[in-house]
Design a protein around this ligand. Structure first.
Ligand code: B12
Ligand code: SF4
Ligand code: SF4
Length: 445
């Protein structure tokens, strides 16, 4: 008779999952040896183990995205796949329940713990830390986790259970950092806002081990850029698919920028766009709610996408409006960056190929009709941004701004004494561990 671990893996393989690992109680050590978001008990009382898996992002869609051909195939892929992993995890949950255990799926994304700072974005359970614990991944330089099979361009999901499972062998914490990243560092060049450093390293504690990654300047730089609020790169040579620019950030690096200023600029720009509330609602609803399976099945997979861009745009608009219930946006390509993850393939050759596509891709900005337009030079882009005739209506803009005021506090504000206490203990342990190796402790998200 196969063991339960083998049966889970066999079941997952039949679901098309090749990259899956198991973390038992010995690999889910509590705070302060691990961050609070590796506590499976936050998802389900009595949970002892976690099953974590990754599926690949569609590679041709990544090529279109990076080369600035189109952002739509990757955005459709993302809307579809965040539900696919949700449902595959649900099937694993049901499998465990049939075996007589309790189990619970972790939402794919945007499921944050309530916190006095509603922008803290501490996940209920971190798929990244889970993937490290379950042995399928280790940190890449960018802070994304990498898998041997697909690099960092992955969608992840996890299931927690009260079964006491036997852990899979973990990867060495420096597996990718020493084996790949030390010869690469291309992700650093892809980040419009230089969220993380090229040379300096920091680490986090997972199961008492030091897991290295690039030292971050400030995670809110990514929150701003990844959410499309600032698209042009600091060297003015390329851009993400973000529709907006923060004037004061253009042509600057952020090495010495004060955290308060970044935070203020991020919030201010969020209000000024007039679309932020609705764009975040698309992001929140597409990945934190498990919709009926027919919903994602109504989206074509990337092999069956219609050739016409207009048709692709229509499919995405209808999905967002009719299924997710967010209407009135001109652009449903809410995933505007992710460059650091998208370029990171399973081999250095593939990563370098993707990086070249991005480097040659140029700059995109909204054209006079609101549709993103590729231009050759920074000057052309600046002209379109400054003098673009495409403007939102006053009422639409104001209403979006008012709703935005309540959005994060409504979903994420609150006091969770256990999380606060765990966070305090973990930070103290991390500070001590960083001091032991003379690392500064200023960047503790
Ligand atoms: C929050 C979040 C974000 C935030 C913040 C990211 C971050 N902090 O690293 C933003 C919006 C910026 C973001 C960006 C991206 N994300 Co994101 N994101 C998440 C989310 C919800 C949690 C990330 C996480 O694990 N944070 C915790 C850790 C890793 O952050 P940390 O800074 O190291 O945390 C420290 C402290 O906060 C403290 N701590 C940790 N937990 C807690 C809890 C409490 C209560 C306290 C007090 C402290 C504390 O300890 C940590 C170590 O010191 C996950 C989904 C999920 N539920 O796992 C997706 C996820 C990690 N994102 C993903 C992706 C793809 C991206 C992007 C590429 C953009 C995109 N289009 O999706 C970029 C990559 C940016 C980068 N270089 O890291 C993928 C993973 C990809 C990968 N290969 O790793 C995930 C897993 C989504 C998924 N289901 O597939 N993301
Ligand atoms: S892009 Fe290169 S440096 Fe960055 S995480 Fe991937 S392999 Fe490492
Ligand atoms: S997702 Fe984009 S903005 Fe965020 S760290 Fe990666 S490259 Fe930078």
């Amino acid at each position: 008779m196969n063991t339960l671990e083998e049966r889970i893996k066999e079941f997952a393989r039949k679901q098309g999952i090749e990259c899956l690992g198991i973390a038992g109680p010995d690999r889910l050590k509590p705070v302060p040896e691990s961050p609070p978001s590796l506590d499976p008990g936050f998802i389900m009382k009595g949970a002892r183990s976690a099953i974590v898996f990754a599926l690949p992002m569609n590679v041709p869609a990544i090529y279109d995205f990076l080369s600035k051909k189109s952002a739509t195939p990757h955005n459709i892929d993302q809307k579809r796949m965040v539900q696919v992993v949700f449902w595959k995890a649900t099937r694993i949950q049901e499998f465990l329940e049939k075996e007589g255990f309790k189990a619970h799926v972790v939402r794919t994304n945007s499921d944050y713990r309530r916190s006095p700072n509603p922008f803290a974005t501490h996940p209920s359970f971190s798929h990244r830390f889970g993937a490290i614990a379950a042995g399928i991944a280790a940190h890449g330089w960018s802070g994304n986790v990498m898998t041997r099979e697909y690099g960092a361009a992955i969608y992840m999901s996890s299931v927690v259970t009260d079964a006491e499972l036997k852990s899979d062998q973990p990867l060495d914490p420096r597996y990718f950092i020493d084996g790949y990243c030390s010869k690469c560092k291309l992700c650093v060049k892809t980040c419009a806002v230089q969220m993380f450093q090229e040379h300096e390293e920091e680490f986090v504690l997972v199961n008492g081990d030091r897991h290295p990654r690039a030292k971050r300047y400030n995670i809110n730089l990514c929150n701003t850029s990844c959410f499309g609020l600032h698209g042009v790169t600091w060297d003015k040579k390329s851009s993400s698919w973000g529709r907006y620019w923060i004037k004061d950030w253009v042509g600057k690096t952020f090495k010495s920028t004060k955290k308060v200023k970044v935070f203020k600029d991020m919030l201010q720009q969020g209000f000024l766009t007039g679309t932020s509330f609705r764009r975040y609602e698309v992001i929140r609803r597409m990945a934190s709610i498990r919709w009926p399976e027919e919903y994602y099945q109504s989206l074509p997979d990337t092999h069956n996408l219609p050739d016409s861009e207009e048709e692709q745009v229509r499919i995405q608009r209808e999905y967002s409006a009719e299924k997710l219930g967010v209407r009135g946006l001109d652009d449903y390509n809410v995933s505007t960056c992710a460059h650091c993850a998208l370029i990171c393939g399973p081999t250095l050759k593939e990563t370098s190929r993707r990086y070249k596509m991005l480097a040659k891709g140029g700059i995109v900005v909204p054209g006079p009709d609101g549709v993103m337009k590729r231009v050759e030079t920074f000057e052309e882009a600046e002209d379109l941004i400054e003098n673009g005739s495409y403007k939102l209506g006053f009422i639409e803009k104001t209403l979006d701004g008012i709703l935005l005021l309540f959005q994060f506090p409504w979903f994420y504000f609150g006091f969770n004494p256990k999380s606060i206490w765990q966070g305090f203990r973990y930070r103290r342990a991390l500070k001590k561990s960083r001091q032991e190796v003379n690392l500064p402790i200023d960047i503790l998200n």
